[in-house]
Write a protein that binds this ligand. Structure first.
Ligand SMILES: [Zn+2]
Length: 322
């Protein structure tokens, strides 16, 4: 993985390249931004450039290849063990960092999902950050930097990452997946700038299952109690998929809103359902659509807490068919 292979994030690449060139790398970085946009790939590209014999991440030298195969002796990873990063993991790292690098000038440590450091582990890592060594580079990755100790954040040079532009994502999807233009457009829109979402498990859901879900949703009426309850039960089954289903519903109501206001087709997500969008938007008003979007947003937030999923979805559906 080189900087050139990474799609987007040109400003971040530029900044890292300049820091490398002027030999002004900080002791610690915090790469922060949404999940799945390429923070980890960027950390690996940076590592490769640091270790590379040619000092640019050539991809051919032994050092570059070892980074690619995750077996460079001076590269250390910390990832959550279960739901947390534990203090034993940080202690083991500290022990490693107390030795001199074996093959490179520096040791690099990448801490993935750094927001999962539990309090003890966070405090232990803070000590390492407070006593930086010149031969150590620590890169923390986080999609929820506000969950980190503020003292950890302030010890790192922060590098924010944003979502990949829809247009860039669309290009990559068309290149890498066998999708027609309509499908690629829908997938790129729903993935919200996350490669992980576009290329991962959500692909089938976003491209195909979505049509079925929206057909069922728009077929319900406030009088159809039994089908509504059955649909709610089906949606509530899988707690990992439900947030994505809520996103699909949100995309549909946002489309209705944009359509009502005469926005171009490019701005819509569900462009394979234009007839349905036309039909449903005629039956709604701007304020009724806004009300439904608010209800979806509220349920989306409830789901991050410990709620009765089925009940929450039933209430939501009743609100959406009203
Ligand atoms: Zn190299």
């Amino acid at each position: 993985m080189t900087f050139a292979n990474i799609v987007g994030h040109d400003r971040q690449k530029d900044l890292l390249r300049r820091a490398l060139k002027s030999r002004r790398l900080p002791h610690a970085y915090l790469f922060e931004g949404p999940e799945g946009v390429g923070k980890r790939l960027m950390a690996l590209a940076l590592t490769r450039a640091v270790f590379c014999r040619e000092k640019r991440g050539c991809g051919d030298c032994a050092a570059c290849r070892k980074v690619d195969h995750h077996n460079h002796p001076d590269l250390h990873f910390i990832e959550a063990d279960g739901s947390q990063i534990k203090i034993e993991q940080v202690r083991a790292l500290q022990k490693e960092l107390s030795y001199r690098p074996l093959e490179a000038d520096k040791k690099v440590c990448i801490v993935d999902d750094a927001d999962k450091l539990n309090p003890a582990a966070g405090n232990a890592l803070l000590k390492t950050l407070e006593e930086p060594r010149d031969n150590t580079l620590i890169v923390l990755l986080s999609s929820r930097p506000d969950m980190l100790l503020s003292t950890i954040r302030s010890r790192c040079q922060r590098l924010p990452f944003s979502r990949i532009e829809r247009k860039r994502l669309l290009e990559v999807l068309c290149e890498q997946l066998d999708l027609d233009e309509t499908e690629a457009h829908i997938l790129a829109s729903l993935a919200e700038g996350s490669f992980k979402k576009a290329l991962g498990k959500d692909r089938e859901l976003f491209v195909r299952t979505r049509r079925e879900l929206l057909r069922t949703l728009t077929g319900l009426t406030s009088g159809s109690v039994l089908p509504l309850l059955e649909f709610a039960e089906k949606l509530a089954q899988d707690k990992d998929v439900l947030p994505d289903i809520i996103e699909i519903f949100q995309s549909f109501y946002r489309d209705l809103l944009l359509y009502r206001h005469g926005r171009s087709q490019d701005e819509l997500v569900n462009i394979d359902l234009l007839n349905k969008i036309h039909r449903v938007s005629n039956a709604e008003s701007t304020s009724s659509i806004l009300g439904k979007l608010t209800a979806l947003d509220a349920v989306g937030r409830q789901l991050t807490r410990n709620v009765n999923r089925q009940l929450a979805v039933e209430v939501l559906l009743l609100r959406l068919v009203a």
